[in-house]
Design a protein around this ligand. Structure first.
Ligand SMILES: Cc1ncc(COP(=O)(O)O)c(C=O)c1O
Length: 407
């Protein structure tokens, strides 16, 4: 039975007991990467200590075991993430590679003057591949803007669709604003108009939004390292029919049917897109992370994250010269802000002297920074293992910044 005990979960993450410069680590950079539960670390250690072998090509026992573990990880994740029967789960390096793969595969289907609908809140990973694709094919990009609270302007977004719209790509959760987009509604709308849909789920799964079946996009992408799993592994969940019609992204071993000097034929998905030795341990670690997350009651965990976010935002908002970005209802626990008296890098550096890890900069969302008319922001991003002491330490550290730079 899933449950949520905010005290108990902290003990599952060894790194949270670390000190930084003699102060307890306060890790609020979960949007960049999340920490790994002991269970995932142990699964990796077990694999490398006792189970390591290359997959698919070996007749020996160890190779068969490793193959079963890798294929088993895929089967488990398909079931766990409710991947529709019409879809395949391709292991990739992460969200960035997943989106590049999809954009590369869609290139032959685009003609000059076709349109790609994006939003202004996209991470560069869901922006640049489409921009490059547009340059290559002569397609045109269209961008939807935001409401004052950081919500997507859905009416504007819908108005961008024309008979030439071929692709709609949007994030599930904004990595800066925390806005949770109504992705199922958006997917249905775009698909009804004949567009291929890609959803960037990098910031959604870490907050328990992991029902890929409910979204039912043509493509859904996410990264392992942001969801308590190892780095270097991620997922592109894609409609099988579409994947099988797409040209391979990389070629080489394991993805071929037959190679001869006359030519090569390719396997179907998912192998078609997994050329070479994949990240075997990464796939195993990813499945282990989701097994761990199965024990979490996400309604309770999200409510806990939300309490931390609202308290931090309310207190921060009282500081003179602080502007908060993203106040949409039901937003994920991501708090981006700008403190007028200090550069975000100075804010981040002073917070670090207090053991508080946040992110500062453009968060790989420069078009959004331009739109918001700020060069950079500070960002505290929470996970279910954060607690009220973390928020208090963060606020104390911000008051130190205020003493340094304030009026
Ligand atoms: C919304 C979003 N999309 C994509 C990415 C890229 O993920 P990765 O660097 O793991 O490929 C990130 C990373 O911060 C992100 O927040």
């Amino acid at each position: 039975m899933p449950s949520f005990d905010p005290v108990a979960v902290r003990a599952d993450f060894p790194i949270l007991s670390r000190e930084i410069g003699g102060k307890p680590l306060v890790y609020l950079d979960n949007g960049a990467t999340t920490q790994k539960p002991r269970r995932v670390v142990e699964a990796l250690s077990r694999f490398f200590s006792y189970e390591n072998a290359n997959i698919h090509r070996g007749v020996h026992s160890l190779s068969r075991e490793a193959t079963d573990a890798y294929d088993g990880a895929r089967a488990y994740l398909k079931d766990r993430l409710r991947v529709p029967a019409t879809h395949e789960l391709v292991f990739v390096r992460g969200t960035t590679e997943a989106i590049n793969l999809a954009a590369h595969g869609l290139a032959p289907l685009l003609r000059e003057g076709d349109e790609i609908v994006l939003t202004i809140m996209e991470h560069h990973a869901n922006f640049v591949p489409w921009q490059v694709l547009a340059e290559k094919t002569g397609a045109v990009l269209r961008f939807a803007g935001l409401r004052d609270n950081g919500e997507l302007d859905l009416e504007e977004w819908k108005s961008l669709f024309t008979p030439r719209t071929r692709v709609a790509a949007f994030t599930h959760v904004s990595n800066v604003l925390g806005t949770v987009n109504p992705v199922a509604e958006m997917t249905a709308f775009a698909r009804e108009r004949g567009a291929f849909v890609l959803v960037d789920g990098a910031q959604a799964l870490p907050h328990g939004l992991d029902d890929l079946g409910a979204v039912d996009a043509d493509f859904y992408a996410f990264s392992g390292h942001k969801v308590f799993a190892p780095d270097g592994v991620g997922v592109l969940c894609g409609r099988r029919e579409l994947l099988d019609a797409m040209p391979p992204y990389q070629t080489g071993g394991d993805m071929i049917e037959r190679v001869s000097v006359a030519g090569t034929t390719f396997r179907r998905s998912p192998e078609r897109f997994e050329a070479g030795t994949p990240n075997i341990s990464g796939a195993i670690g990813l499945a282990e992370a989701f097994r761990y997350l199965e024990g979490i009651d996400w309604a309770a965990a999200r409510a806990h994250e939300h309490t931390l976010l609202t308290h931090a935002a309310a207190e921060l908002g009282k500081m003179d010269g602080v502007r908060l970005f993203g106040t949409a209802p039901g937003k994920a626990a991501i708090l981006a802000y700008h403190y007028a008296a200090a550069h975000p890098h100075d804010v981040g550096t002073i917070l670090d002297t207090e053991g508080v890890a946040i992110r500062v900069g453009h968060h790989c969302a420069q078009p959004l920074m331009d739109y918001l008319k700020v060069p950079a922001t500070a960002r505290a991003s929470f996970a279910f293992y954060n607690n009220h002491e973390d928020v208090e330490a963060f606020l104390r550290a911000m008051r130190k910044v205020e003493r340094f730079f304030g009026p």
